[in-house]
Design a protein around this ligand. Structure first.
Ligand code: GDP
Ligand code: IMO
Ligand code: MG
Length: 428
């Protein structure tokens, strides 16, 4: 006890990395369960500042087993580089484990991601170009290559040759691009196998044993609920489920074993890439927030789009995730704003709606209806207890709690591990 799922509750970049690093101290095992290196999780602790794409954010706790779960797609080049850069920094990765069932992102996936985005033209998704979509397509189409396949290079040779032929038909036939070389790719697989095979395990039994022995397990999400292919702003979504349900599938831990689902929310919203964003700010307030918070993508460096907190989307996210509590991040960013807004309903052609919409055309049309709050206009970054927060900040947080519909366990007031205020003293 307990098994806790940490999910992004908005469009990603809510601060999941910080929270997992923080809670990782008391965890026996951490499992990344979805996405791939499209994720960028920032961890700032006494060892330094790190931007992790594949390796779980708990890696800094050397006694915590850190698993890249079956639900993740792994670009071996990125994994190897990330592992090396941690090791060069003096951080051990002896506690890193890779699921045999995690699929690999191959060079042809990267190429196809680029070609497909280009072909979409004005309707491009704004992907991270990390080959994530094409890799998940192959998983479902049963032509994916899994980490476990690196353990049988002869078997892999036969399968890969066939897959490369098929991919080259698309690459050359549909897009007129340069085909990938099977020989070069196979040589890479042989090199990857040397580094990755020692980390590969069947991880679900391992997790089960930790749970049976009363250990703490954290399931680390990537992306956010509104990027979910089913419940997000499809087709402007990612390609694996960032939801709590995705955590079970992406780790092999059954829903009946899960104790808590914790949603991470920024106190405003951001989005990178294309797609509807009802509360997006196009005025100077958006720029002020972006500048103060340095809202630039961890993976791609793109400026993040900024908007007010979307309460309608937040309640939807809490519901589809079954959140037992929520954590707020970036409260300190609002310290300088005299007025702060929360969207509490949508106006669609004069009709007031309190539910999130599943079609992009309507979402693009709606006008947000806001509640306005007085800002607290004081520095919160050194505050450590909830009672010491300015009253106006507490009023804002209590209203967010009502809107989200579950208790807020913590509010963060800065990027470092220590800058977190427990609201629920019993939380973890
Ligand atoms: P993730 O993808 O959910 O792990 O989030 P990212 O790392 O992509 O982006 C979150 C950013 O917010 C990072 O730069 C964090 O260091 C930063 N951060 C997290 N919590 C806080 C907070 O409470 N205040 C401030 N100022 N920054 C925070
Ligand atoms: P973390 O884990 C923010 C977005 C991309 C794009 C869409 C599809 O750091 O929160 P993809 O490359 O997945 O096919 O792109 O999803 N996206 C993210 N946005 N944070 C992320 O991860 C993201 N991962 C994917 O910008 O709009
Ligand atoms: Mg991120």
């Amino acid at each position: 006890m307990p098994v806790i799922i940490i999910v992004g509750a908005q469009w990603g970049d809510e601060g999941k990395g910080k929270i997992v690093d923080m809670l990782g101290e008391k965890s026996d095992m951490i499992i990344r369960f979805s996405g791939g290196d499209n994720a960028g999780h920032t961890v700032i602790n006494d060892l330094g500042t790190f931007k992790l794409h594949l390796i779980p954010s708990g890696i800094f706790h050397k006694n915590t087993k850190c698993v890249i779960g079956n639900g993740v797609v792994i670009n071996p080049e990125i994994l190897i580089a990330e592992k090396k850069s941690l090791n060069d920094w003096g951080i051990t990765t002896d506690n890193l484990i890779v699921s045999d069932k995690a699929h690999l992102v191959m060079p042809y996936h990267l190429l196809l991601d680029k070609l497909e985005e280009k072909a979409r033209g004005k309707k491009s998704v704004g992907t991270t170009l990390r080959g994530i979509g094409p890799a998940f397509v192959d998983k479902v189409a049963r032509v994916g290559i899994r980490a476990g396949d690196l353990q049988d290079l002869e078997g892999l040779k036969e399968r890969l040759e066939l897959v490369v032929k098929q991919k080259n038909c698309m690459i050359v036939g549909m897009y007129g691009a340069t085909p990938v070389s099977f020989e070069e790719l196979y040589d890479k697989c042989v090199q990857w196998a040397q580094v990755i095979c020692p980390m590969i395990r069947e991880t679900t039994i391992m997790a089960d044993e930790v749970i049976k022995n009363g250990g703490n397990v954290l399931l680390e999400g990537a992306q956010g609920a509104l990027l979910d292919p089913d419940f997000g702003t499809y087709p402007y979504t990612t390609s694996s489920s960032p939801l709590a349900a995705g955590a079970c599938l992406g780790s092999g831990i059954a829903p009946t074993r899960v104790d808590q689902v914790v949603g991470i929310f920024k106190v405003y919203c951001t989005r990178v890439g294309s797609g509807p964003f009802p509360t997006e700010l196009f005025d100077e307030i958006g720029d002020i927030i972006r500048d103060k918070a340095q809202e630039y993508g961890t993976t791609t460096g793109r400026p993040r789009r900024i908007g007010w907190f979307d309460g309608v989307a937040a309640a939807h996210s809490a519901r589809v995730n079954g959140m037992t509590s929520a954590i707020l991040t970036r409260l300190d960013i609002l310290d300088i704003l005299p007025k702060i807004r929360i969207c509490t309903a949508y106006d669609l052609d004069g009709k007031v709606l309190h539910r999130f919409l599943s079609d992009v055309a309507s979402l693009e049309k709606i006008k947000p209806i806001y509640e306005e709050f007085d800002g607290w206009l004081s520095d919160t970054t050194k505050i450590t207890t909830y009672e010491d927060l300015p009253q106006k900040a507490r009023i804002f947080i209590e209203r967010l709690q009502d809107i989200i519909g579950c208790s807020i366990s913590m509010a963060c007031v800065g990027p470092s591990r220590a800058q977190a205020i427990k609201k629920d003293k019993k939380f973890f």
